[in-house]
Ligand binder design. Structure first.
Ligand SMILES: [Ca+2]
Ligand SMILES: [Ca+2]
Length: 219
């Protein structure tokens, strides 16, 4: 049996450093539950400033999930009706002169133009593109968002967007986290406790072995 406990401080240090590095890239504005999962509306920071697709996806991963995979119309409706009010309020505060207001989802064709995939996987084939979308007017218009207000199309419909704000889009992220990951079940706590005991016991057994080997050498 191998013991891994000496590697844990190094791992925790790496997590801590990464956490510091990403301290400003991601802030949860609002959370809600639906269909057994937890959802977050996220901004770049506590000021409610807009966030790029890449920063929103990276922040989602630190929360244990991804930008949302929209599986059906019910989930799409939940996202719009739950989060559009605060997205509007955040835009009014942080970007009063901003353009289209949208909320990022995980759908993107950054890997291969025209081939849209979900960053979190698990798609069902459902989509809710606005008429004439995906438009792809710019080569890097690769990231999909739900319109939070009715503009050129209806609120709740999707369009593909560039992720660097150069067309003055105001975008917030929609994160989806499986509750099976986000909330440790009592059984998980037992496993954690058991694991800690095993690590402690691992060191104790090796210590005993060393002492016994030392004693044999002394003989
Ligand atoms: Ca989903
Ligand atoms: Ca594209």
């Amino acid at each position: 049996m191998q013991c891994y406990h000496r590697r844990i401080p190094l791992f925790l240090s790496a997590v801590f450093v990464l956490g510091l590095a990403r301290a400003d890239a991601g802030f949860i504005l609002q959370s809600a539950s639906f269909g057994g999962n937890t959802y977050h509306l996220v901004a770049e920071n506590s000021l409610g400033e807009r966030i790029t697709w890449g920063n929103a996806e990276a922040f989602a991963v630190t929360l244990g999930g991804h930008l949302v995979t929209v599986n059906d119309a019910a989930e799409n409706d939940f996202l719009l009706t739950t989060f559009q009010a605060l997205a509007n309020a955040s835009k009014a505060t942080a970007h009063p002169f901003g353009g289209l207001l949208s909320m990022w989802i995980g759908y993107n064709d950054a890997g291969a133009e025209g081939s849209f995939l979900w960053s979190g996987g698990g798609g069902t084939g459902y989509s809710n593109w606005a008429a004439s979308e995906p438009f792809g007017g710019a080569p890097d218009e690769d990231f999909v968002a739900i319109l939070a207000t009715s503009e050129f199309a209806l609120a709740g419909e999707w369009h593909d967007v560039v992720s660097d704000f150069r067309f003055n889009d105001v975008t917030y992220g929609l994160v989806e986290v499986s509750n099976a990951i986000a909330v440790p079940e009592p059984g998980s706590l037992v496993l954690l406790t058991g694991g800690a005991t095993l690590l402690y016991g691992c060191g104790w057994v090796r210590g005993r072995f060393r002492r016994r080997r030392t004693n044999l050498t002394a003989l």
